[in-house]
Design a protein around this ligand. Structure first.
Ligand SMILES: [Zn+2]
Length: 220
């Protein structure tokens, strides 16, 4: 089994071509990136020494690496903002964003492709060959509602392998930190559009994709 760690929403940086489109104060918020996720991700990389890891280098307001590129929400409303309204500028930024998205996704898929399905196929083994942990964080209050959870573990309930790994992760967190509130598929569903969902479809049951969602209150 090989471990892959990723952090799609690590950064709030913008490339030069898109810099004027997003107000500086928005860049400091959870809308631009997953506050604290990079900190946890880098600690995990040092600690767990995964066979493969990668992190996003631009804000999701430029392009969301955790959305299919054909999903409208891959591109933020700032493509419509006054400074980006000039059509040529917006189109150029979008082309750059698409290329960046593709490079990130290709890099991840290449690793999975090269490390999956090489076992004895005649046994039709469904043992996990890649375990992918995507590290994310969520804002503690959304639209005035307090999210009463510390860590969310997102997986696809239709996949027994993922359910088993999610349970192991939850048990281990509870063993180490008994007071921690851990919930499955909260605050989002593991089966929604995202990197893990794409990889599940492409690579089948030997790929196990789990997202860890950490409450940003820990980083304040
Ligand atoms: Zn995220």
């Amino acid at each position: 089994m090989k471990l892959m760690l990723t952090c799609e929403h690590a950064s709030n940086r913008l490339p030069a071509a898109f810099k004027k489109a997003v107000p500086a104060e928005v860049l400091k918020t959870h809308r631009a990136y997953d506050i604290g996720a990079l900190l946890v991700f880098r600690k995990l990389v040092r600690f767990a020494k995964p066979e493969f890891s990668c992190e996003g280098k631009f804000s999701r307001l430029f392009v969301d690496l955790n959305r299919t590129i054909t999903n409208k929400s891959a591109f933020s409303e700032y493509y419509e903002a006054p400074d980006a309204r000039d059509k040529a500028v917006a189109e150029k930024a979008k082309a750059q964003a698409t290329a960046y998205w593709k490079e990130y996704r290709d890099n991840v898929e290449k690793f999975v492709q090269q490390n999956i399905g090489k076992g004895n196929k005649s046994t039709a083994s469904k043992d996990a060959e890649i375990v992918h942990l995507g590290i994310h964080s969520f804002t503690p209050v959304l639209n005035g509602k307090v999210r009463n959870t510390d860590i969310g573990i997102l997986y696809d309930p239709a996949r027994p392998q993922e359910r088993a790994y999610a349970q192991v992760i939850k048990d281990e967190i509870k063993r180490l930190y008994p007071a921690m509130k851990v919930r499955f598929n909260y605050p989002y569903k593991g089966s929604s559009d995202g990197l893990t969902t794409t990889l599940r479809k492409k690579f089948g049951p030997r790929y196990v994709g789990i997202e860890i969602e950490i409450n940003q209150k820990f980083f304040k």
